[in-house]
Design a protein around this ligand. Sequence first.
Ligand code: DGL
Length: 267
Amino acid sequence: MHQPDFAGAIGVFDSGVGGLSVLRAIRAALPFENLVYVADSGHAPYGDQTEAYITQRTLSVGQWLATSGVKAITIACNTATVVAARRLRENIALPVVAIEPAIKPAVAHTRSGVVGVLATRPTVQSDSVARLCALHGSQVRIVLQACPGWVELVEQADLHSAQTEALVRQYVQPLVDQGADTLVLGCTHYPFLRDTIQRVAGEGVALIDPAEAVARELVRRLGPVHGVSAPQLGHTWFFTTGDAPQVQRTMAQLWGEGVTVEALTSV
Ligand code: DGL
């Protein structure tokens, strides 16, 4: 594929469809911007990969976006952020806004003094999350919980089945049993399981998703807009390194409107 021209657009990427939970917050905050979304589904889940592999994928997708002319990149993947955001920032001369597990707001919110963090295995094992816990968690107990299998459910848009509820219960119930009243959705796929997580955890448990905070940070980094007086609504392009027809079927369900997903074979 020849390198497309997305001059002035905002690049957003994730290992798969999960980053759409961040993209929808960005779209709501910035209706007039053009957005380019890359789902690196051909190499997902990142949760099963090594740090070296996740870093190499993050750099590769980030370079492709930079070369195609975007003015900023949002890492809509906690796993890529905690493993590789620093390397991407060193390699790319563009603003990079990166989601990370919302441990600070969760600590501010808890009344029981127990916070659960739901995330991928590389995220819960990362130095970045250890630092966030040390920085914000001295007065509370933070329980880190890896959730293998959840990303695959979201990639299949299997959000409400009995099988999904059982796998959600397997990782959420132990946190509730330990007294957690606040759960961090520390992987961008998990907001799509929000209804099921809430049902299992109970109505009294708060679920914290930092997607809107990421969109606000992106707005802040882009600065004031000096645009035309009657701007047009922005366009969104969708790409995947995986099976485009299959990813398109899932995205059509999660995004809530018709999407066209193009195959990206050159990264
Ligand atoms: N959505 C990604 C995150 O926020 C990870 C999913 C994966 O394991 O590929 O961590």
